[in-house]
Design a protein around this ligand. Structure first.
Ligand SMILES: NC(=O)c1ccc[n+]([C@@H]2O[C@H](COP(=O)([O-])OP(=O)(O)OC[C@H]3O[C@@H](n4cnc5c(N)ncnc54)[C@H](OP(=O)(O)O)[C@@H]3O)[C@@H](O)[C@H]2O)c1
Length: 255
C-alpha cells in the first residue's frame, strides 16, 4: 500500500498483538515507525527488524508520559503523519473483582492518554492541513458489556470521540478512523484474565490490521472488523437493550 510509504507513524502498544501487527505491516509498506509501549527490550528487539525505527518506551498509565512522548518526538525532529492509538487493556469480572487502581489505570491508558496524544498531534496536523489518526476501539464500544463494565465504557468513549473528531477535522485533511475489532488472538485475553475460547471466533491480528489500514486509506471514520462482528454491532440498533444486555451477560459469564 503506497499510501503509507515514507509516512512517519507513531504506534502505541507496539510490543504485542494488534499494535505489533500494525508495526509489521507498516514496515513492509515502507513507513518510518515510532514505536512505544512499556516493554523496552521487546521494542528494541523489534526495531532491529524495522528500517530506521525510533523506540520511545514508556507507561501510558503515567499521565505525564503522553506529553513526554510528544516532546521527545519533537526533539528528535520527527514529524508524525499518522498516530495509531492502539495501547489498551481490559479486565474481566464484576466491578469489585478488580481494584480501583486497575480501573483508574484503564481509564488513563484507554481514554485519557489517547485523548492527550490526539490533542497534541492534531495541533500539528491541523497546521499542516493533513494527517491521520487510527484509534483502536472495540465491538464492545457498541453496547454496555457486563463483566467488562469499565472496559466497554472506555471503548464507547474511543468510538464516540473518534467519530466526532473525524467530523471536525476531515475537511481539514485529517482522517480519524475508529477501529472496532471483536475477539482477536493476542495477549489481551491473558492480560484481562479471561478464559480463552469463551467468547466465540477469534480473528487474527493480521486481518484486523489489514482491514483497518485499507479503511483508513479510504478515509473511513469507522471499521468493524469481521462479518460476524459487524452483525453483532449493528444488531444493537434493532434489538431491545434488555435482550442485548442479557446476551452479552451470558456470553461474558463464561469468560
Ligand atoms: N484482542 C482483542 O480481542 C481485542 C478486541 C477489541 C479491541 N482490542 C483492543 O486492541 C488494542 C490492542 O490490544 P491487543 O489485543 O493487541 O492486546 P495485547 O497483545 O495485550 O497488546 C496491548 C498493547 O498495549 C500496550 N500497553 C498496555 N498497557 C500499557 C501501558 N500502561 N502503557 C503503555 N502501553 C501499554 C502493551 O505493551 P506493554 O505491555 O509492553 O506496555 C501492548 O503492546 C487494545 O486497545 C485493545 O483494547 C483488542
Amino acid at each position: 500500500m503506497n499510501f503509507y510509504q515514507n509516512k512517519t507513524i507513531l504506534i502505541t502498544g507496539a510490543s504485542s498483538g494488534i499494535g505489533l501487527e500494525f508495526a509489521n505491516q507498516l514496515n513492509e509498506f515502507g513507513a518510518k515507525l515510532i514505536i512505544t509501549a512499556r516493554n523496552k527490550d521487546k521494542l528494541n528487539e523489534l526495531a532491529e527488524n524495522y528500517q530506521g525505527a525510533t523506540v520511545i518506551p514508556g507507561d501510558l498509565s503515567d499521565k505525564t508520559f503522553p506529553s513526554q512522548l510528544y516532546n521527545e518526538i519533537q526533539s528528535k525532529g520527527l514529524d508524525v503523519d499518522i498516530l495509531i492509538n492502539n495501547a489498551g487493556f481490559g479486565s474481566i469480572g464484576k466491578l469489585l473483582k478488580s481494584d480501583l487502581e486497575t480501573y483508574e489505570s484503564m481509564v488513563q491508558v484507554n481514554i485519557t492518554a489517547l485523548t492527550q496524544l490526539s490533542h497534541l498531534f492534531i495541533t500539528d496536523m491541523a497546521a499542516k492541513g493533513k494527517g491521520g489518526i487510527i484509534n483502536v476501539a472495540s465491538v464492545a464500544a457498541f453496547q454496555p458489556v457486563p463483566y467488562m463494565n469499565v472496559y466497554s465504557a472506555t471503548k464507547a468513549y474511543v468510538k464516540s470521540f473518534s467519530l466526532a473528531l473525524h467530523e471536525e477535522y476531515s475537511k481539514k485533511g485529517i482522517v480519524v478512523t475508529a477501529v472496532c475489532p471483536g475477539y482477536t488472538k493476542t495477549n489481551f485475553q491473558n492480560a484481562a484474565k479471561m478464559s480463552s475460547d469463551a467468547v466465540g471466533i477469534k480473528m487474527l491480528p493480521k486481518d484486523v490490521v489489514w482491514q483497518s489500514l485499507i479503511a483508513h486509506k479510504k478515509g473511513k471514520n469507522l471499521v468493524i472488523n469481521g462479518f460476524i462482528n459487524k452483525i453483532m454491532a449493528h444488531s444493537n440498533r434493532f434489538l431491545p437493550s434488555f435482550l442485548t444486555l442479557a446476551v452479552a451477560r451470558n456470553l461474558m459469564k463464561k469468560a
